[in-house]
Design a protein around this ligand. Structure first.
Ligand SMILES: [Fe+2]
Ligand SMILES: [Fe+2]
Length: 168
């Protein structure tokens, strides 16, 4: 069974973001364990994971909107949610193939996304002095584009996307 471990390397130094990512890891591990027991056990764990991921991405999207962050990161969130929802439908119809692929692929995607796009966002929020707890800018706030950050916007996506011919 695939297990995702929380490591220091996944921390971006933004407490709220790191806490949400630790929850993502916990949800993922519950989903991976439930998959071993079949669709009936999988779906409740998966639904909780998807609900958490929707809130996780919406939180980051709100921060991006507040600091006028480039849209590629939001687009990546939307692509991933579309994959998650498609897989939900397939599992409900008894098809676990892509769910297994997703569980195999998510750790690598999460590592890349967290250390790429999310790291760039955390860096940018801190560099412009945006406080995610209050939604306000600290007095010394200065503007800056995503391309100024070391990680850029770091666009990357899941490859467990269904083939067009397979879509229902
Ligand atoms: Fe994130
Ligand atoms: Fe993100």
């Amino acid at each position: 069974m695939t297990v995702l471990l929380w490591t220091k390397q996944l921390e971006n130094g933004l407490e709220r973001m790191d806490a949400t990512h630790r929850e993502f890891v916990e949800h993922y591990n519950l989903v991976a364990a439930a998959l071993m027991e079949g669709a009936e056990a999988f779906l409740p764990a998966y639904d909780a994971f998807v609900a958490h991921t929707e809130a996780h991405f919406a939180q980051e999207n709100r921060w991006m909107e507040a600091v006028d962050f480039p849209a590629c990161h939001r687009g990546e969130h939307e692509r991933v949610l579309a994959v998650l929802r498609d897989i939900r439908k397939r599992v409900a119809n008894g098809d676990l193939f892509l769910a297994r692929r997703l569980v195999e692929e998510l750790p690598q995607w999460f590592d890349g996304h967290t250390n790429g796009m999310d790291a760039a966002l955390a860096f940018h929020l801190q560099s412009v002095g945006y406080d995610v707890e209050t939604g306000e800018f600290k007095p010394k706030a200065e503007g800056g584009a995503c391309s100024d950050s070391p990680a850029g916007c770091a666009c990357a996506t899941l490859t467990a996307t269904p083939e067009p011919a397979e879509q229902s």
